[in-house]
Design a protein. Structure first.
Length: 342
């Protein structure tokens, strides 16, 4: 099965652009609940893996050993915007384990927050590794290395004990014995698998009732921290920060590069009484970013887990008119899919 059109943009009477993609919804038993496109499409999970990559740290109770509060756990699972709150949180994490920003091997890019980047330049500063959206994840990996007495310089090597442990955890959560390995934008290993497997992992992350005791505890701690501090997971003006408050902290969402969204839907909202994982992947990757937010909101509405009231609070991320430079309405954006259900 191929990708299907999820969102159309019109101008006048014509459809001027269309964005294709896949959406898959799976429960904690691996049962497909709904889909559009190809549930078995294989791609990299990218940054949507971050909550899964954090599980070993909490499973080993390093959050207790080093005293990481919830907001610091949230930034460890983040693709943050490089705002001051994020930079300070990652700095505190590193200080707790006796390190500083020089230990980070994530590379440097400008803060994702445009206003933060502008302020930084106006003050004569330059972006550093703390501004990297993955710096929290790297601080978590370094915490595992410090706790295990492992080398720090090569903590990104796929054969490093920290990376082997993370890879095994991702494999167990997704049910994929050997995820396809690649290199993420930050230099860390990244995992390729089917959308079905990603959704299964998120279903179990949000509803870990069938997992071993320590893993279930870790999943609950991580998802609770992310939902309580969604701004630490993302940044100002992003859907990840807005969705949790709009839904009373019930839904968990984590974006990944190249047009991927992962959503955890708790059992109390699920039509099956079990947690659900939803994965949305835009076929044109980052080119589909303008369609990704409204498409995922539409999918959650069609599932019946996003109320009309909650969606109204998320209007800034939803389907909207198309304007010209005079601010005349010349078209619209609209959903072009219906979720199939067995």
């Amino acid at each position: 099965m191929d990708a299907e059109i999820l969102v159309e943009f019109t101008r006048g009477v014509l459809v001027e652009a269309a964005h294709r993609g896949h959406i898959i919804v799976v429960d904690t038993q691996g049962t497909v609940i709904a889909w559009v496109g190809n549930p078995d499409h294989v791609c990299y999970i990218r940054s949507s893996a971050k909550p899964l990559q954090l599980i070993p740290l909490v499973e080993d109770r390093l959050d207790e050993r080093f005293g990481f509060p919830d907001e610091e756990l949230a930034v460890m699972a983040a693709s943050h915007s490089g705002e001051e709150r994020h930079v300070q949180a990652v700095s505190r994490i590193l200080a707790r384990i006796g390190l500083n920003k020089s230990a980070l091997r994530c590379g440097i890019h400008p803060p994702m927050s445009v206003s933060t980047h502008q302020r930084l330049l106006l003050l004569g500063g330059q972006p550093g590794p703390l501004h990297n959206n993955c710096s929290g994840k790297h601080a978590a990996m370094l915490s595992l290395a410090v706790a295990g007495g492992y080398s720090l310089e090569d903590y990104l090597d796929p054969n490093h004990p920290v990376q082997r442990r993370i890879r095994q955890t991702v494999a167990e959560m997704s049910g994929v014995a050997e995820p396809i390995l690649g290199v993420d934008g930050c230099g860390a290993p990244v995992f390729g698998m089917s959308l079905r497997a990603m959704a299964y992992a998120y279903a179990r992350l949000i509803d870990p009732r069938d997992l071993p005791t320590e893993r279930a505890r870790a999943c609950r701690r991580i998802t609770s921290a992310m939902r309580a501090h969604p701004g630490m997971v993302s940044g100002e003006g992003r859907l990840e920060e807005a969705l949790a408050p709009a839904t009373g902290g019930q839904l968990l969402i984590k974006g990944g590069a190249e047009g991927l969204y992962a959503v955890g839907i708790p059992a109390e909202l699920s039509p099956t009484g079990r947690g659900l994982g939803l994965i949305q992947k835009m076929e044109d990757g980052a080119g589909g970013n303008r369609a990704a937010d409204p498409a995922v909101l539409e999918a959650l509405s069609q599932l019946g887990v996003l109320s009309a009231e909650a969606r109204a609070h998320l209007a800034a991320f939803d389907f909207a008119p198309v304007y010209n430079h005079r601010r005349d309405v010349v078209g619209t954006s609209r959903p072009a899919f219906r979720l199939r259900q067995p």
